[in-house]
Design a protein around this ligand. Structure first.
Ligand code: SOE
Length: 412
């Protein structure tokens, strides 16, 4: 055995230097370890080593029902311990923040228990599967806020630097009075009818399909960027593929979904399109679909005001297109702003201009903002009240889609 191998085998784990010596340690306990669990773990691991934080976030415990799988996830994502019961995680004195990365049907129970147990909470989007659940969560968050606790919803795209900068430009009046908000969130992972019936395709687990999964993001972003709520909507919705093969392995939560041919019924929308009116009278249009062949994660925004427009595409997330309508028409037009300057939101901590960021950085920014909000005792954004507003819009969209199942016929 080479010498380097001997010493590598002998070496103890390297000392972990706390990013901020002598600062309090904020113990995080995360429930769930799939896609969002992995993304949030990256955020918690990295935030204290990139930004100046008032507290050291620690990956204290990760929780999942399958003991072997959650131990593997703990090792892979860098968590200090593993739990198989979220109630035990919530009860731990070394857990100060409960981070909920589970399907929507468990958000309310876990969040309310954690808040009532004196913990801060970060809950993945959408806040809940129903307005009633979201209302109970917002009420628990309000009670907890009086005790100095913070409750935030994981609308991570607010923390794309280009979107945070767009919000700044709009708030400064660079677009003037808004006329239109145009938003689309297009994916294509369900185009193949043999794609299995996962939990995201069952109402009792996910609450809705493209609408809650993707639409929640663009409804939140429309209201965040415009700085005002949607007050009315009109929608159409469709489930194009109504039966799909059951997933391989234990079909957790799909009991009763299976037919004799090992297929199950899709009980959520594949695509939902809707229009909306904002409080100021500006008009909005939204597209959400997981059937847009060729679009992988295409969240697109365009905001039109009387003084100019902004446009964004998540698949080019370091760029913001800006048109200043006050410029002479002969030289005006959309120009591409590369949002990588130190003066741009979050960029002070990263690389020199032009060294682009990615999807994962939004979770680092989310962790940074949550730690600072907890330390400063400020109001979290987005709060559970913001999450409840989104849930109310989603419910109105579903109600409208139910009524609009038959379009006004076009004379021919
Ligand atoms: C859906 O595929 C999904 O994973 C959403 O659930 C996430 O919120 C989004 O950020 C990426 O796409």
């Amino acid at each position: 055995m080479a010498r380097w191998e001997e010493t590598a085998r002998e070496a103890a784990a390297p000392p972990t230097y706390l990013p901020i010596p002598n600062a309090p340690t904020l113990g995080v306990g995360m429930v769930g370890y799939a896609f969002m669990g992995a993304a949030h773990s990256q955020g918690w691991r990295t935030a204290g080593h990139v930004f100046e934080l008032p507290m050291n976030p620690a990956l204290t415990a990760i929780c999942g029902r399958d003991a072997a799988a959650v131990e593997k996830a703990a090792a892979r994502y860098g968590w200090a311990s593993a739990e198989t019961d979220w109630r035990a995680l919530v009860a731990r004195d070394d857990v100060h923040v409960v981070d909920i990365c589970t399907p929507g049907d468990s958000h309310a129970e876990i969040a309310i228990a954690a808040l009532d147990a004196g913990k801060h909470v970060l809950c993945e989007k959408p806040l809940a599967n129903t307005v009633a659940e979201a209302e109970a969560m917002a009420e628990a968050a309000e009670r907890a806020a009086a005790r100095g606790q913070v409750a935030m919803v994981g609308f991570n795209y607010r923390r794309v630097p280009a979107i945070a900068y767009a919000r700044k430009l709009i708030a400064e009046g660079r677009l003037g009075t808004l006329r239109h908000v145009r938003a689309a969130y297009l994916q294509d992972w369900l185009v193949d009818p043999s794609a299995p019936l996962t939990w995201r395709l069952r109402r009792e687990r996910a609450g809705s399909g493209a609408l809650g999964d993707l639409g929640a993001h663009i409804v939140d972003l429309a209201q965040y960027l415009a700085g005002e709520p949607l007050v009315g909507v009109s929608a159409v919705s469709r489930t194009f593929v109504t039966r799909r093969p059951l997933p391989a392995g234990p079909s957790a939560g799909l009991a009763g979904a299976a037919d004799a041919d090992e297929h199950g019924t899709v009980t959520v929308d594949d695509a939902t399109l809707f229009t909306g009116r904002l409080a100021s009278g500006a008009l909005a249009s939204f597209e959400t679909t997981r059937m847009a062949a060729g679009r992988k994660n295409a969240l697109r925004l365009e905001i039109n005001g009387e003084r100019g427009s902004l446009a964004f595409d998540l698949e080019r997330l370091n760029e913001l297109s800006f048109h200043d309508h006050t410029e002479p028409a002969t030289t005006a037009g959309f120009r591409r702003v590369l949002v990588t300057e130190a003066q741009h939101p979050y960029l002070e901590a990263w690389w020199p201009p032009g060294h682009a960021l990615g999807y994962e950085h939004t979770f680092v920014h989310q962790a940074r903002d949550l730690v600072r909000t907890i330390a400063e005792g400020t109001v979290p954004a987005p709060s559970f009240a913001d999450g409840l507003q989104v849930q109310r819009v989603l419910a109105a969209v579903e109600e409208s889609a139910g009524k609009n199942s038959v379009h006004t016929p076009v004379a021919h």
